[in-house]
Ligand binder design. Sequence first.
Ligand SMILES: CC(=O)[C@@H](O)[C@H](O)COP(=O)(O)O
Ligand SMILES: NCC(=O)COP(=O)(O)O
Length: 237
Amino acid sequence: MTKLSVNINKIATLRNSRGGDVPNLLQFAKDVQSYGAEGITIHPRPDERHIRYQDAYDLKSEVYTEYNIEGNPIPKFMDLVLDIKPTQVTLVPDATDAITSNAGWDTIKHKDFLTEVIQTFRSNGIRTSIFVDPDLHQIEGAKATGTDRIELYTEAFAHQYSLGNKEAINPYMECAGLANTLQLGINAGHDLSLQNIQFFKENIPGLQEVSIGHALIAESLYMGVEKVISSYLEKLK
Ligand SMILES: CC(=O)[C@@H](O)[C@H](O)COP(=O)(O)O
Ligand SMILES: NCC(=O)COP(=O)(O)O
């Protein structure tokens, strides 16, 4: 059984574009949990262009499933996570101006830093996960940091799969095999979608959690737009 954690960054992006409170982020989080989602993921960025730090605090009392906060462990982010104490923190090595996450950690180069950060979070009762590329050396490096889990960065798989290249799953399968042997928990995310999720899940043994945002929100628009147009037309008769 793989848990679905819904990344709600895009809801905050839409809200912020008009400066008000539509759509309401907290209500959305409540609703997706009531529809069965098993977690809520947010990825606050230093410029707060979507999730604001205050959102992260406000969500704390509304998330009754798993609360996963992702980000680069700069001091401001560390303080936020240690204050909130979510279920899980996922460490992502993003540049401050990154449009979206575009690489996993070099767990070998940053071993000492990651080990210290992970120890801080774990000693506060927060489960840890490290965002990594599907590379066996990086999985071994992740194990050495003491992290509970890894999050496999799935952008390369998603892109290749959309081009029909199913072999793109191979490095992920190898990394999952190694992670299972090392008793590292396995999460995955980035560009997972209704098109690729079943194939990914079927080929990754021990996949514990996926966090999905961008495609899930776009798919929700497409799957809902017909009903909404009909509702408007009904009112405009
Ligand atoms: C780590 C990861 O892949 C996601 O958290 C992704 O970075 C979402 O962030 P944006 O919504 O800012 O693209
Ligand atoms: N950790 C990945 C995540 O939260 C969502 O990524 P995406 O589905 O928005 O690409």
